[in-house]
Unconditional design. Structure first.
Lengths: 416, 592
């Protein structure tokens, strides 16, 4: 009996080895430390935790977190190895199809709230490593009603059309004219890091406007800023070290993370390896300048005069008369991508509601900004933002009182 | 029966400066620490943001940050033969409440005591003879020396980023600093704050009179600073809203800006706000604390067991807690026995307002910070010969005008009508041209047999327990001291060019309605003899060795300085003793 048992193990091992280079389908080796460790890191890089965990409930990867999309709220699925409610019963093939093709085991289509258009850039090895890691997390029984979208978006078959329009399946292809560091950065940004999911403008149907890659997008009450190398609206004034410090700690000499990026930093980028952060910085800095930059408003325009008076009264105590703030504490408005974004949503949001910057191990201070909604009316908020956008050798389109009023109404309904 | 919570290594009562320091030190040691705070959680950007924190009516006049007397108060009398009555509105001092404690609302004046302040009785007896001290004066030595505390002063100042000019670096007297101070091991972490016009003018006049003016050491920072815990602070904007107010600019040192953001990230730290500790629990022997009992806002009582208890509330609440917990023998002034409640002290404050020609002087009092000022120390401690004057003690004095806030800054020359057009004209004419130093003379308050704390025989709190009673009055020694110092101070203000002086001497009896400072001290004093002190030189209870009592309640008498730097240095000193000695071998650190 004993020898027979040994034989069957040997056959199993051979089958697994064959599967690894062949079609797949077998369970990963639960002792495959290197693969699990790689998967753990990639799971962090891809920030699966953020969407698939309800914050502060203590059920990692068990899903049920409502995800706000322009089309309605989608509830994230349970990706723990629970057999009934999680993905314990899935084959590797099914997992890979879901992550890289947006296809569920029953053949129906995932909504792109799951960033499969980005994850498709990952290799099959990367995806199976994530799978190997997720097999080791605690199985949690948590049924989730995934599709909570309103009609007509609740018709999943519509996603076939969407996929045809906006989804290009396929692994990341390195650009041989660029360095290995640049290619690693491009892979992380476009693939597992899925920076594009928030920072690339979308069409009315939610597909990436690839021509405007990483030039900023308005979602969830914020504007995810332009993170190209653009000098005025993007990260042109940031050094590579500024980018890596920001992603590692949530803060740098010019700015601090606030809003949805805080969560991304805590869960994901603060845990990226230093070399991966450098790769991301290299890639982002290489993204081309815009051609559509506007000219600064003249200092004697009425909005600038009113805005300067409000700024000196209300803002300069922290951000300074010169708009340069205090390094690592109060953001430099003169150099802030958030301030100079073509879309002023985030700046309006901050002035009206205030906010708390992210606290990380390296930068625990987490300074905050008070709400001015009770103190400044729409005209005043518009004036001070117009001033801030144009005051320090920078240029931004004027902010209209109407836009502030609309944001004020929208923010009333938001809890964040 | 209180509901019992899981046991912790350490329970801390009160999360102000000393509670935060101890929590940080003991969590660094790996202990599981819970801090229980009576008041609310307070966070700089949400509780006192710069767009509404500067509200004199809300914070100064209506006492926003302080304990409501409805929750807990004290009875007060001057003399032992009087009947004490409850204080129903805070006056001469402001009991803090909430996370950060007094560290939220302080002016951030960050003084060290003089080396001789720690050995007051020994030093004064040696220099002037025992008969020079009033018979009923009960001053004694601290049991620690300046040299013991120097590294811990240094630790607190570097935690805070204190701005100042050193006067004595390792024994070398430094130009521009206070030449009377004890030797410091290194300079202040940041340079002194810039001084406004009237402060500079005071320094010039003082220098011409032969004094050595120095900038007041300030916890409102002259420049951005990162402390050893990695927390970031910003430069002071000189808004003039420090004392009574929280700072939302991250420029005033407080637990919120220097410790708490790091502390709350530690997995072995828990804080419980809006929970009032009723008493420290003892085992049957009465010599070992088993934890505390507290009540939440719903009226539910909880027992929090712990191996080590840190009592780190405000002076008065420390003493009250010991009395209610029946720890240590209550002080009896008639029999001159007992320790809990003895050597209760405050401060002896006075000022001189100087009125200047408004065509020549515009002092712009709005440019200020809580610890801005040019001071002299010639009349502090025993820096001068007291022999001819017939009193002991002293204080620093200086132009320390901290604000131009409208409700309290409208000073008018003596003799001006108190209302009507004449008052309005005088207020307008003098607003910008008055030197109004606030606590211009910051004098010591030594201890006496009949100044003490005990439980009131009549009035009770909402739990039916006796209120604590304050018996406090000024003695001739302090009034003489104040008259002498106030006159010296007036000479300098006159030399600045004032045409009219308003000398506001401190006079008896002690008035509980007139704000002096919040520097109440003593009642659970440190010392070397369990017969005359409640705690030993490591702030450890003589009676209950697993209880340490932080705060100015440990001061046997008060020196002529603000207490916070010394309170914090003692906290670091006690923390070092707990980490280095107590935890290795829990028990008394000093055998009496």
């Amino acid at each position: 009996m004993r020898s027979a048992a040994k034989l069957s193990i040997a056959i199993g091992a051979a089958a697994a080895w064959l599967a690894g280079i062949g079609l797949g389908g077998a369970d990963p080796d639960s002792q495959a430390f290197d693969q699990i460790e790689k998967g753990r890191y990639l799971t962090t890089v891809a920030d699966c935790f953020a969407c698939h965990t309800v914050p502060e409930i203590g059920k990692p990867f068990a899903g049920a977190r409502p995800i706000e999309t322009p089309f309605g709220v989608i509830t994230s699925s349970n990706i723990t190895p629970d057999n009934d409610t999680g993905i314990g019963g899935w084959t590797d093939e099914q997992f890979d199809d879901a992550v890289r093709k947006g296809v569920r085991p029953d053949g129906s289509r995932l909504y792109p709230a799951m960033p499969f258009p980005a994850y498709t850039k990952m290799s099959r090895d990367d995806v199976l490593a994530i799978r190997a890691y997720l097999k080791t997390v605690e199985p949690l029984h948590q049924p989730v009603k995934a599709n909570t979208l309103p009609f007509p978006f609740n018709i999943r078959t519509a996603m076939r059309v969407w996929d045809a329009l906006y989804f290009t399946e396929g692994e990341f292809q390195p650009d041989s004219r660029q360095s290995a560091v640049w290619n690693r950065g491009a892979y992380l940004v476009q693939g597992p890091g899925h920076c594009t999911a928030c920072h690339t403008p979308k069409t009315v149907l939610g597909g990436d406007k690839t021509i405007d890659n990483l030039r900023g997008f308005n979602l969830q009450g914020w504007f995810a800023p332009d993170i190209t190398g653009d000098n005025n609206q993007g990260l042109g004034q940031w050094s590579e070290a500024d980018i890596t410090t920001y992603l590692k700690t949530g803060h740098n000499r010019m700015t601090a993370a606030i809003g949805p990026m805080s969560e991304e930093i805590v869960n994901a980028t603060s845990q990226y390896s230093d070399s991966d952060l450098t790769a991301i910085a290299t890639y982002l800095k290489s993204q081309p300048q815009r051609q559509d930059n506007t000219a600064p408003l003249p200092a004697n325009s009425p909005a600038m005069i009113a805005g300067q008076a409000i700024y000196r009264d209300q803002c300069s105590a922290c951000h300074g008369i010169d708009g340069r703030g205090v390094a690592m504490l109060f953001p430099s408005l003169a150099q802030s991508a958030l301030v100079h974004a073509g879309d002023p949503t985030s700046a309006i949001h901050l002035v009206l509601r205030g906010g708390r910057s992210v606290a990380t191990r390296q930068e625990p201070t987490a300074p905050g900004m008070p709400s001015f909604a009770w103190q400044l009316n729409d005209d005043q908020v518009a004036a001070v933002l117009t001033y801030i956008r144009n005051a320090w050798q920078t240029a931004g389109t004027p902010v209209s009182p109407d836009a502030v009023g609309k944001a004020r109404d929208q923010l009333r309904a938001r809890s964040d | 029966m209180p509901k019992k919570l899981p046991k912790k290594d350490v329970v801390i009562i009160g999360l102000g400066w000393t509670g935060s320091i101890l929590a940080n030190e003991l969590t660094d040691e790996g202990l599981d620490v819970i801090a229980i705070e009576r008041g609310p959680w307070r966070d700089a950007p949400t509780e006192f943001p710069p767009n509404y924190a500067q509200d004199e009516l809300r914070y100064r006049i209506r006492h926003e940050l302080f304990l409501r007397p409805e929750q807990n108060t004290f009875t007060f009398r001057n003399k032992m033969n009087q009947t004490a009555l409850p204080i129903r509105d805070w006056g001469s001092f402001m009991p803090p409440n909430g996370v950060g404690g007094g560290g939220v609302h302080w002016n951030a004046e960050t003084f060290r005591f003089l080396p001789t302040d720690f050995i007051a009785r020994t030093h004064l007896t040696e220099r002037y003879g025992a008969a020079f001290l009033p018979e009923d004066m009960t001053i004694q030595d601290f049991g620690v020396t300046y040299d013991d505390l120097e590294p811990h002063y240094d630790a607190f100042e570097y935690l805070c980023g204190t701005s100042g000019t050193a006067g004595n670096l390792r024994g070398q007297i430094q130009e521009g600093g206070n030449p009377f101070e004890g030797p410091r091991s290194r300079p202040y972490p940041t340079p002194a704050q810039k001084q406004p016009f009237s402060h500079t003018l005071f320094a010039k006049a003082a220098r011409e009179l032969g004094y050595k003016p120095y900038p007041q050491p300030s916890g409102n920072l002259s420049q951005a600073y990162t402390n050893p815990l990695g927390l970031r602070m910003g430069p002071c904007t000189y808004c003039g809203f420090c004392e009574w107010f929280g700072c939302g600019n991250y420029s005033k040192a407080s637990p919120q800006t220097t410790i708490l953001p790091l502390l709350v990230r530690k997995s072995n730290f828990t804080a419980r706000d809006n929970s009032e500790v009723l008493h420290i629990n003892l085992d049957r022997s009465g010599k070992h604390a088993t934890g505390v009992t507290f009540v939440d806002t719903g009226g539910v009582e909880w027992e929090q067991p712990a191996d080590l208890v840190i009592l780190s509330a405000y002076t008065l609440f420390n003493v009250q807690m010991l009395l209610h917990s029946k720890i240590g023998m209550p002080y009896d002034p008639v029999a001159n026995k007992g320790v809990i409640g003895r050597n209760f002290t405050h401060q002896t404050i006075s000022t001189v307002n100087g009125f200047f020609d408004n065509k020549k002087f515009n002092f712009n009092p709005f440019i200020a910070s809580g610890a801005i000022g040019m001071c002299i120390d010639e009349f502090n401690g025993d820096n001068f010969d007291h022999g001819p004057h017939g009193f002991v003690g002293g204080g620093y004095m200086g132009q320390v005008q901290t604000n131009g806030r409208p409700i309290q800054s409208a000073s008018v020359p003596p003799g001006t009508p108190k209302w009507g057009a004449a008052w309005k004209n005088a207020a307008r004419d003098n607003y910008l041209s008055t030197v109004r130093p606030g606590t211009g003379v910051h004098g010591s308050f030594y201890s006496y047999r009949d100044v003490y704390l005990d439980l009131d025989p009549t009035y009770t709190d909402r739990f039916g327990r006796p209120l604590m009673r304050m018996t406090i009055d000024f003695h001739d020694n302090e009034l003489k001291q104040n008259a002498f110092l106030t006159d010296k101070f007036a000479e300098i203000i006159r030399a600045m060019g004032a045409h009219t002086l308003d000398k506001q001497y401190r006079k008896g009896p002690y008035d509980a309605t007139d704000y002096q400072t919040t520097h109440l001290n003593g009642g659970a004093i440190m010392g070397t003899d369990p017969a005359t002190s409640a705690i030993n030189r490591y702030l450890q209870s003589w009676d209950v060795p697993n209880l340490f009592v932080m705060g100015a309640s440990a001061f046997p008498q008060n020196a002529g300085y603000n207490p916070t730097d010394t309170v914090a240095a003692l906290a670091f000193w006690a923390a070092a003793a707990i980490r280095g000695q107590y935890l290795k071998n829990p028990g008394p650190l000093v055998h009496a």
